[in-house]
Design a protein around this ligand. Structure first.
Ligand code: TRP
Length: 473
């Protein structure tokens, strides 16, 4: 958009003004994503603010992204973001709210559907299993087409699970377990095949890392994933660097996707710019391909139309919005999705954890002592400054990271509720709450380490060998 002098703004209609504000918001976002010079960004932000002011003066309303004035409907595809909104994409998660990202707003922006009690009850009826605590507690909170999967399942039609991990470092933290623990539950509840993609190629492209290192991390991470308890007869784990070149189906699907998605589209979805390497620009096709059963002819006997269900953290949704958009155009079913919230950093829920900061999280290779020290020292507390104040006013579970971690890992619903009440009333102190968390995580991690130790190179190789699984297609 050419910069319009302010005096001209008065002549614009509310809708034109709305479009100007939206456009300018996108421009600010693009400048930031492209790491433009600070003064350029500042100028663009000033322009944005002045446009918003004009909008308010003209319409008498505050500008709201995706909400045009009066009855002009506008479809927000979830790729634009306002200044005060949470930033969520595959590489960044940022919010100014200590409670974390506003997930209800994200559902609206991304156009997905909330997982409600009806859906959870239907999953329970279909599988005959008590819903996993991640469902009971809204940790998997959003979906796309899960009703279709259930319909298929209720009618004895097969589907398969697909999830993945970018092996950015040797050590994984407890947050990385979330999608895998849930996927394992789904695999058992529905008894279906599972493919797990390790995107070592992605990490090579995005990080300062050799292909050898990325592949080594992929195999190390595979051990932690296997230690979650997956069934070797029902699970195929693959490294992109390894499997892509040897599969007869996978590469065909990559180029099918590549042929049907333009540079403009991925720019819009992922914020790529002209100076990003072409490896990054074409990578989304590689993450899309496992959503199609013909990428695994050895498992699905060459069948092309087996439906796929992808459990993942919500930041991966852009990849699958693209995948779902392209699927019908290349003759495949759209993958369904189950989205999880982010696992907060010990320092607070404003951002997700990072594997590169050892104090930001509890790692799967931490010792009991490290777990204790980290939580006591770094877990952000929603408690009061003094014991007297805490007793009087109580703690705030909404921002307390130890409490948040317990919602992820403490299985007992009643105990969790008791802790919440006691903490909120001031009866339970931060130190005591942290102690409960430490005592929950220590045995959990010790057990994980014990299982991981049992996993030999031979077992890893079995999981990673392309083969038929224990299902007939
Ligand atoms: N891009 C993901 C990451 O960096 C890895 C990934 C690949 C993935 N395929 C996936 C995650 C499917 C969830 C579902 O972690």
């Amino acid at each position: 958009m050419a910069d319009i002098p302010n005096c001209d703004l008065k002549s614009l209609s509310p809708l034109q003004l709305f479009e100007k504000v939206t456009e300018q918001g996108e421009k600010v976002r693009a400048l930031k994503a492209g790491k433009a010079p600070k003064d350029e960004i500042d100028a663009a932000v000033r322009m944005l603010l002045s446009l918003k002011l004009s909008y308010k003066t003209t319409t008498g309303q505050d500008y709201q992204a995706g909400l045009p004035p009066k009855d002009h409907a506008l479809i927000n595809n979830g790729t634009t973001k306002e200044e005060d909104e949470d930033l969520v994409d595959p590489w960044n998660v940022q919010t100014s709210n200590a409670k974390g990202v506003d997930y209800d707003k994200l559902i609206v922006r991304f156009g997905s559907t909330k997982i409600d009690t009806d859906l959870i009850n239907r999953i329970e009826r279909a599988t005959g299993q008590k819903p996993h605590r991640f469902l009971r507690r809204g940790i998997f909170f959003s979906h796309r087409d899960m009703d279709q999967i259930l319909h298929a399942y209720e009618n004895k039609k097969p589907f398969y699970l697909y999830t993945g991990r970018g092996p950015s470092s040797q050590a994984m933290h407890v947050g990385h377990l979330i999608p895998f623990l849930f996927t394992k539950w789904l695999q058992e509840a529905f008894d279906v095949p599972l493919v797990i993609q390790l995107t070592d190629d992605e990490k090579y492209l995005w990080k300062d890392m050799t292909t050898e290192k990325a592949y080594e991390y992929a195999k190390e991470n595979a051990r932690d994933i296997i230690a979650c308890g997956f069934d070797v007869n029902k699970t195929f784990i693959f490294s992109d660097l390894d499997y892509l070149g040897s599969s007869t189906g996978f590469y065909k699907n990559i180029i099918k996707v590549q042929k049907h998605v333009t540079f403009n589209q991925v720019k819009g979805i992922f914020g790529f710019t002209d100076s990003d390497c072409i490896g990054k620009i074409s990578f989304p096709a590689i993450q899309a391909a496992p959503s199609f059963s013909s990428s695994f002819p050895q498992i699905f006997n060459g069948k092309e139309n087996i439906q796929c269900l992808i459990p993942c953290a919500i930041d991966q949704d852009p990849y699958f919005r693209m995948t779902r958009d392209v699927a019908p155009r290349i003759g495949y079913p759209k993958p369904a999705l189950l989205h999880s919230v982010f696992f907060p950093a010990l320092q607070g829920a404003q951002t997700k954890m990072s594997a590169s900061d050892v104090n930001s999280s509890v790692f799967l290779n931490d010792t009991p002592k490290q777990i204790k020290t980290k939580i006591n020292k770094h877990a952000f507390s929603g408690g009061r400054d003094t014991i007297e104040e805490h007793r009087k006013y109580g703690g705030n579970c909404d921002v307390d990271v130890s409490f948040m971690y317990l919602t992820f890992f403490l299985e007992d619903d009643d105990k969790l509720e008791q802790l919440k009440q006691a903490y909120t009333s001031g009866e339970l102190l931060t130190g005591e709450l942290k102690k409960v968390l430490i005592e929950t995580l220590q045995p959990l991690i010790a057990a994980h380490q014990e299982r991981r130790k049992q996993i030999t190179d031979e077992v890893v190789k079995q999981f990673m060998t392309p083969r038929k699984l224990a299902f007939e297609f």
